[in-house]
Design a protein around this ligand. Structure first.
Ligand code: TEU
Ligand code: CA
Length: 568
């Protein structure tokens, strides 16, 4: 259903973000200025010149708001204050100012599918007589069941963090919905007062000077009918998050948000949308009727998963290439975000590349070449620009993430021995992305004076920012050049995408075309040398825009070699 407001919308002129590159900071792991082992805003302030050198246009800052830190800040107890762990409102004002002085914009994380259970709104809501009694998803026990007993949950919905998605609240005598942890109750967006409160808060941040929002699981704000879903085999629960996604009122809610907050302000807005479809993503980002600049979709990051993210297979390149084509073509007039990494994904060089000492650098560069020559807005996650790798996790005590630990404990309750679960956890855990940023080869990798909250990767002496800044051939400088290329070349920003050799398992080859301009991307995604097949566009005498290796034989790509050449 298209509302009147939406159909009255005109194309946005404010689409500067089509040529931008975004850098994500996960503050807990970026830099610790006060020596408590946890990253903070002052730590970010100490490294702004690093971001300038890299050349990024926007910083997306993961949550720094008041929070009990059950999910590292994605459980917010006050949207309009900063957690003392990270600093103060003065610190954030300073960050906005100093970023702006360098021509960098700041995007805040907006986590409004749920709050913390320690948010005043939730505490009030637990009282059925309070004006906020309907601000969350309260439901009575399943009919014929004693409230609070096993199986009495209103539906069989499973939480993304294992176990039922309903928690019994003895004070209220009812259950509340939490798609994530039980300390993250879902807000009831059906209630107009909830929407107004969220929009007011967003405008409060815009008045403080921020330039946009990254919207956490925003396609979960409109829920489907509250009824049982199909059981995920062997679990007794329905764990399919996509069944809860993209509910019927998404366009109403986002349309209201657009009108109340986003419209006409030159902002960047990106909706994180697990389980969304290509068609939906295109509609959310349509330049005329859509509500958002772009989305994070999840199809490509699920390609190497079995039953869940802790069952990980080798990276399926042919399937990935097919998926790239599907999204590059299918998003149409809409717009996509380009990412391999963020704070929820394992490190790409370990997952898709070859993180052995011999090929780590080349594969990190080539993965970057592949991502940064697609159409869309590229995101760089802290440390990705250094080719940081997964951590060699072994024991339960090595992990910190609630998702990993809940999964392990839940599997053990169901009878699995820890040894059977830990290898999958090591490969799939979000903690791989959350080890401290490797600034230098010294104590705690230059992240902190103190032992950090999550161990530093033992390879910090070989993989760190200080060394890479000095080395013009480093992964860092490759990223810097790719970012420069996006800024300089309209064909990289906007050109049409064509995949060549779609069925080749070792080569990733594509062209981008804009008017008379055309570039060719050649990449070897294997750890063996590969001879290029006949029939590719003639490129031997063309201008090389960026290459990972000294070019010897133009028709042979060394392991993980990639080149970007100008065909026209
Ligand atoms: O993540 C949502 C999400 O669906 C996943 O990427 C998530 O990591 C989950 O593990 C699925 O397996 C967002 C945030 O990025 C994440 O850090 C939060 O934990 C989550 O929402 C809840 O706010
Ligand atoms: Ca600190």
């Amino acid at each position: 259903m298209t509302s009147i407001v939406q159909s009255a919308r005109t194309a946005r002129p404010d689409d500067w973000w089509r040529s931008a590159v975004v850098y994500q900071i996960y503050p807990r792991s970026f830099a610790d200025a006060n020596g408590d082992g946890i990253g903070d805003i002052k730590g970010i302030l100490d490294h702004l010149d690093y971001l300038s050198m890299l050349g990024v246009d926007v910083v997306w800052l993961s949550p720094v708001y008041s929070s009990p830190q059950d999910d590292n800040g994605y459980d917010i107890s006050d949207y309009e204050d900063i957690d003392p762990l990270f600093g103060t409102l003065d610190d954030i004002d300073k960050l906005i100012e100093e970023l702006h002085d360098r021509g960098i914009k700041l995007v805040m994380d907006l986590v409004v599918n749920h709050t913390s259970d320690e948010h005043a709104w939730f505490e009030e809501s637990r009282d059925p007589e309070s004006p906020k009694s309907d601000w969350y998803w309260w439901r009575p026990a399943r009919e014929g069941h004693e409230p609070g007993t096993p199986g009495a949950e209103p539906t069989n919905w499973g939480s993304a963090f294992s176990g039922p998605a309903w928690q019994y609240d003895a004070a209220r005598g009812e259950y509340f919905l939490h798609i994530f942890s039980r300390k993250q109750p879902d807000l009831n967006w059906e209630n107009p007062a909830v929407r107004t409160a969220v929009f007011d808060m967003m405008n409060w941040w815009l008045e403080r000077g921020v330039d946009g929002f990254r919207m956490d699981v925003i396609n979960l704000i409109s829920k489907p009918e509250v009824v049982d879903g199909p059981e995920t085999p062997g679990t007794g629960l329905c764990y399919d998050l996509s069944l809860l996604a993209d509910g019927p009122r998404m366009h109403d809610f986002l349309g209201e948000m657009y009108d109340a907050v986003l419209k006409g302000k030159n902002l960047i807005s990106v909706g994180e949308m697990p389980g969304t479809t290509l068609e939906k993503a295109a509609s959310y980002t349509d330049p005329v009727t859509g509500e958002l600049s772009m989305v994070f979709q999840f199809e490509h990051v699920g390609l190497d998963h079995g039953a869940n993210r802790f069952e990980v297979f080798d990276w399926p390149w042919v399937a990935y290439k097919k998926n790239v084509v599907r999204w590059q073509d299918g998003i149409g007039k809409g717009w996509n975000s380009l990412y391999f990494e963020n704070h929820d994904q394992p490190r790409s060089v370990s997952r898709m590349g070859d993180d052995s000492p011999q090929f780590r650098e080349a594969s990190a560069k080539t993965l970057a070449t592949i991502l940064h020559t697609q159409r869309g807005t590229p995101y760089v996650y802290q440390g990705e620009e250094l080719g940081m790798t997964n951590y060699p996790f072994e024991a339960e005590g090595d992990f910190r993430d609630i998702e990993s630990l809940n999964y392990l404990h839940h599997a053990m309750q169901l009878g699995a021995p820890a040894e059977a679960v830990l290898p999958g956890l090591a490969r799939g855990s979000r903690d791989n992305a959350r080890t401290p940023m490797q600034w230098d080869g010294g104590v705690n990798a230059g992240f902190s004076e103190t032992g950090p909250w999550l161990a530093v990767n033992p390879n910090a002496s070989e993989v760190n920012a200080v060394d890479q800044i000095k080395d013009p051939e480093s992964v860092f400088h490759h990223y810097r050049r790719l970012i420069q290329l996006r800024h300089d070349e309209p064909v990289v920003q906007l050109g049409d995408f064509e995949m060549l050799l779609p069925d080749d398992e070792r080569l990733y080859v594509c062209t981008r075309t804009l008017g008379d301009e055309q570039v060719l991307v050649l990449a070897n995604v294997s750890s063996e040398a590969v001879r290029l097949p006949l029939g590719l566009p003639d490129h031997g005498a063309c201008e090389v825009l960026l290459a990972t290796h000294e070019i010897g034989d133009v028709d042979v790509l060394a392991p993980w070699e990639s080149r970007i050449v100008r065909l026209s």
